[in-house]
Design a protein around this ligand. Sequence first.
Ligand SMILES: Cc1ncc(C[n+]2csc(CCOP(=O)(O)OP(=O)(O)O)c2C)c(N)n1
Length: 640
Amino acid sequence: MSSNPVTPLLDTVDVPADLRKLAPGQLRQLADELRAEMISAVGSTGGHLGSGLGVVELTVAIHYVFNTPDDKLVWDVGHQAYPHKIITGRRDRIRTLRQGGGLSGFTKRSESEYDPFGAAHSSTSISAALGFAIANKLAGNPGKGIAVIGDGAMSAGMAYEAMNNAAEAGNRLVVILNDNDMSIAPPVGGLSAYLAKIVSSRPFLELREVAKRISRKLPEPLHKAAKKTDEFARGMAMGGTLFEELGFYYVGPIDGHNLDQLIPVLENVRDAAEGPCLIHVVTQKGKGYAPAEASADKYHGVQKFDVITGEQIKPAATAPAYQNVFGETLAKLADSDPKICAITAAMPSGTGVDKFAKAHPDRAFDVGIAEQHGVTFAAGLAAQGMRPFCAIYSTFLQRAYDQVVHDVAIQNLPVRFAIDRAGLVGADGATHAGSFDITYLASLPNMVVMAAADEAELVHMTYTAALHDSGPIAFRYPRGNGVGVELPEVPQQLEIGKGRIVRHGTKVAILSLGTRLAEALKAADQLEAKGLSTTVADLRFAKPLDTDLIRQLMTTHEVVLTVEEGSIGGLGAHVLTMASDEGLTDAGLKIRTLRLPDLFQDHDSPDKQYDAAGLNAPHIVDAVLKALRHNSAGVEEARA
Ligand SMILES: Cc1ncc(C[n+]2csc(CCOP(=O)(O)OP(=O)(O)O)c2C)c(N)n1
């Protein structure tokens, strides 16, 4: 035990202005305390751990050197911003991370003036920081735009589109490339190899070299003096050509955990550079926490865990995760079908493509964070007779919408879209919710859109998609584990555009799409108890609609209600359009559509989110009773 305990510094730092009062020699201690605080907090909440641990020193250094919040600091993805939140006035709420009413797991404008730009989807930071920089330039303000972007996020085209456009910003734009040689999975592709080459081919940059490097943009006499030295010439020869060609001053690589190096380099860039600067910082994901450093994914995302052992507290799974049902089914199908291949955009384990890749490595493609490329690449494969499955989360497929329309749907190419994380996703919140895919896909000519009601249905839909060579087809399924139904030994080919009746009734018909089926069946029980005979159909297809089934139910039932885990414009809109086109509402049929509300829902547990969205059994009962003008019966009665 130390006889001379060190006074905690973190308690004295509420906001960056407090941090700037510390002496440089105190920053190491502060960083250590910040790291410990982050580990303790995430141990109690779960969330993104490895990425934040890797940027503790960088976080301290940036806020120490730059004038935040006037200088706008934009964290790419935002999943590494927990240390940033702790020292920007949110330490008292850090143990509410990702919980209902608590702090977001990403940066969020409404949360703090130190989060000038919200994120969660990757590779947007340079564009946004450039926007801040140019706006300041136009207004004559001194503030800079600072983007911190990971090597994984650098695999996306958008980062290059922004860099290509950056010269305008002058020294108001600073890009910090946080190179930890990891995406969620190991990074892929040429850029990753390029960065590795720079890092391995030269030692970490000496301070002297940074100064010389930047002096290239110093006033002319100084510049000339510097130019005379051999060292300057050596400085000129360092790596980073790619970034230089894009108009950046490349500085690096530097050790992102060494504050003695980080602080002066950032100061140099702040004070001396004239053009946009890219600082290549090398960090270690999971740094400073042994269980994270030792794990294969560096604890990218974790459940709550025991801080001493690092052991995560995982709820016992009662059924397989949807993504694994998909990956394993596809791997089996590919055993006898050499044309099947699988594409993931940097999410091999999240999408189950890792299972496929194990069995068929030559037909599995991780394209990096490049959803747009992934979709058009799949279109090319399909045009050449392959059967590509693009496994992309609903929210990330949004980024590739034009590719879906222009490269796939217009050409009627049989690309299969396995759309994971459909519907509300819980702790990741609005940015990750899979709310829109039914709407944005079912509006496209040629497209077939299915939604799985459970994991057995997912097996059938994967098989159905494999056999569907006549055009594009998509099937969606939620985050998390299945409902526990038995998986079929032999998958069934579903007839395109045909639903199924799961329960027969006479007065009320619930048309369900996707995994709300369980809630629809619960609601049917409750309605039955009130004497309202209820049919439940699992439509399976949002497009093409099973018009025969829907027409039959509409002409034999008094109330028809649609339920879906998607936004306005999806199944409900298509059913209403069909009903009005065919005049089915003319005879007084009551139609109601239950769908996600027209707002971006904040993070919470999925159950609570669905409750807030009005998509649980009591809401279905309530909607039916109201439609039948039992208006006194509300959700409370339905719950009873
Ligand atoms: C458009 C998009 N696709 C996929 C993801 C999922 N995702 C979140 S973080 C991440 C890896 C990011 O790697 P990197 O930028 O190197 O940051 P690190 O976690 O290593 O710090 C991925 C693929 C995303 N956020 N956005």
